[in-house]
Write a new protein. Structure first.
Length: 321
């Protein structure tokens, strides 16, 4: 019999490499990254260049002469040594911590109450209150600061007029801007008023994600309002509370335009915080090197505080998972 003829094997198709899930891998399209690259590069430049420039100046002898003719000389840590040896710097630092603590506690406390109230209101009242909060939040900082300046004016201010009408005759012609404690209180009121809308709306958004069945079960078990908040609401929203607190610490700690427009750090430096102190040193004394050192120490303090808070948040999430 004739030998069987062998048919040639069909050519093997080149197999596309497959992902672990069994689907063929797709090549990443570089166009999205190329399109956003200019925006990212511009953002990085606008954020990092001022920081790096301030850090460089803080290690130089940089004053009015160097600003005009250039050629600043490196002095190492001399500016930081001079700053840390000054009693005024430590007084301003303590005042900044007190300023931040008072504002953040009031902001988080009031925002929590407003968020809980929003969750209990009817639809119309809730929409009206949320609209009012959004309008307050959208008000420009300088415009709001100017309004508060008019409200607390000594002779024609609405606040003094209302307090006098209520029977507090000592506020007739009272100058809020001449007393350090009163000026501090006015600034706290302004910053809290500007900050509560964002925090309240954020916390309310978190409240809407909590299942209603949890609240019903807690009420059936006889839990009071405080117990339900402490054992149901707060544990679930703990990461959001930590995030809001961190954002408010940043906002309050670096607060500058409100203080400068209303008091310029006065009277008698009663409202001078680290950002205001850095600006005054650089602007009045023309010590740009020392002002940059204050700014860098401010950034370092914020970074240490926020990194510790974020690490605690991640540790808590890891334990819960």
């Amino acid at each position: 019999m004739p030998a069987a003829t062998r048919t040639p094997a069909p050519p093997r198709r080149r197999q596309t490499p497959r992902a672990p899930t069994g689907r063929p891998r797709r090549r990443r399209n570089p166009w999205p990254y190329l399109l956003i690259a200019p925006a990212v590069a511009g953002g990085v430049f606008l954020l990092l260049y001022p920081l790096l420039r301030a850090a460089t100046i803080s290690f130089q002898h940089f004053r009015m002469g160097e600003l005009i003719r250039g050629g600043a000389e490196l002095v190492g840590l001399d500016n930081y040594r001079e700053l840390l040896a000054a009693e005024e710097f430590w007084a301003v630092t303590l005042r900044t911590f007190a300023w931040t603590a008072v504002n953040v506690v009031l902001i988080v406390g009031i925002s929590t109450g407003v968020a809980l109230m929003l969750a209990r209101l009817g639809r119309r009242m809730r929409v009206a209150l949320m609209s009012a909060l959004a309008l307050v939040w959208a008000t420009p900082v300088i415009a709001a600061t100017t309004i508060f300046q008019w409200l607390f004016q000594s002779e024609l201010g609405v606040v003094n007029w209302v307090l006098t009408r209520l029977g507090f005759g000592s506020f007739q012609g009272y100058s809020w801007f001449a007393d350090g404690g009163a000026m501090f209180g006015v600034l706290v009121t302004l910053v809290v008023w500007q900050s509560v809308p964002f925090a309240a709306l954020t916390l309310y958004a978190g409240l809407t994600t909590i299942p209603a069945e949890l609240y019903e079960s807690a009420r059936i078990d006889g839990g009071t309002g405080r117990q339900i908040f402490a054992r149901v609401t707060f544990p679930i929203l703990r990461p959001m509370f930590a995030l809001v607190t961190s954002l408010e610490v940043i906002w309050v700690f670096k607060c500058f335009p409100q203080i400068w427009v209303l008091s310029q750090g006065g009277p008698d430096d009663a409202t001078t915080t680290l950002p205001v102190y850095a600006f005054k040193v650089a602007r009045v004394l023309h010590r740009y090197d020392l002002g940059s050192a204050v700014a860098m120490l401010t950034v370092a303090i914020l970074a240490v505080a926020l990194v510790g808070n974020l690490r605690r948040m991640l540790r808590q999430e890891g334990n819960e998972s």
